[in-house]
Design a protein around this ligand. Structure first.
Ligand code: NDP
Length: 237
């Protein structure tokens, strides 16, 4: 596949998991890809070397750093905001600083990055945020802070779709269910909780999500905006 030649793509949070699959997909499809990372320097450098993409360190918890990174990336055809963290547990016991950091990474960074990208994005531009099926559904306790953040990006996408629609820029959210990554390994602790609730009793692959992102970024999805696109093996069905 090679459908993104000449396109400039920035992936926030691309060193591992779903983000790394998105970087691989756009690079394989011919785009000039830059991606950010925070802690996984070795993985980021390896991925950049393998794919011919550019890795840059930018902590998504730092609003000014995120805005500067997007601004300095020049006019983007595609912005993908993938960086996300989970804070899981009884809300009565959670560290409030950890919850505030989650909000900065999962909510504030997507908003500021999308707005900054839109300043210079050409007609046909694409803004894609990786949300979660937990934006629609909290199927078990302990997930409220994370679910709150993933519901927040739904409202953001609906609103920004209307703000940027007149300029031909689409804004969408991709909502994965259980996907096999470091955050949620296929053989990890969530397996027994989520598989019984799924139509397919297994985790999905990061590449599945990357395929949906590539479609949303491509020419066939030009009329798709302000929408949530769930890819969850039937978890939310
Ligand atoms: P991983 O934890 O496996 O990877 C997270 C990625 O985000 C890494 O590349 C990491 O980079 C980056 N990242 C995390 N924090 C920051 C930060 N502060 N600044 C910059 N980059 C950061 O997660 P997944 O791949 O599983 O998840 C990716 C997205 O998909 C998230 O938004 C998540 O909420 C969402 N999602 C995942 C699901 C799943 O089952 N896996 C289900 C539903 C949604 P580094 O290591 O360099 O810090």
């Amino acid at each position: 596949m090679a459908g993104f030649q000449g396109k400039s793509v920035l992936v926030l949070g691309g060193s591992r998991g779903i983000g790394a699959a998105i970087v691989r997909r756009f690079a394989a499809d011919g785009a000039a890809v830059t991606f950010t990372y925070a802690g996984s320097k070795d993985a980021a450098e390896r991925l950049a070397g393998e794919t011919g993409s550019t890795a840059v360190v930018t902590d998504s918890a730092d609003r000014d750093a995120v805005i500067a990174r997007v601004r300095d990336s020049g006019p983007l055809d595609v912005l993908v905001v993938n960086a996300g963290v989970v804070v899981f547990g009884d809300p009565l016991d959670l560290d409030p600083d950890a919850v505030d950091r989650l909000i900065r990474i999962n909510v504030a960074a997507p908003y500021h990055a999308a707005v900054e990208a839109a300043r210079r994005m050409p007609e046909g531009g694409r803004i894609i945020v990786i949300g979660s099926v937990n934006g629609d559904r909290s199927a078990f306790p302990g997930i409220s802070a994370y679910a709150m953040s993933k519901s927040a990006v739904q409202g953001m996408a609906r609103g920004l779709a209307r703000d940027f629609g007149p300029r031909g820029i689409t804004v969408n959210v991709v909502q994965p269910g259980p996907i096999d990554t470091d955050m949620n390994p296929a053989d990890g602790p969530f397996k027994d909780l989520v598989h019984p609730a799924m139509a397919f009793k297994r985790h999905g692959r990061p590449e599945d999500v990357a395929g949906m992102v590539a479609w949303l970024a491509g020419p066939e999805a030009g009329f798709v905006t302000g929408a949530m696109h769930t890819i969850d093996g039937g978890f939310g069905a």
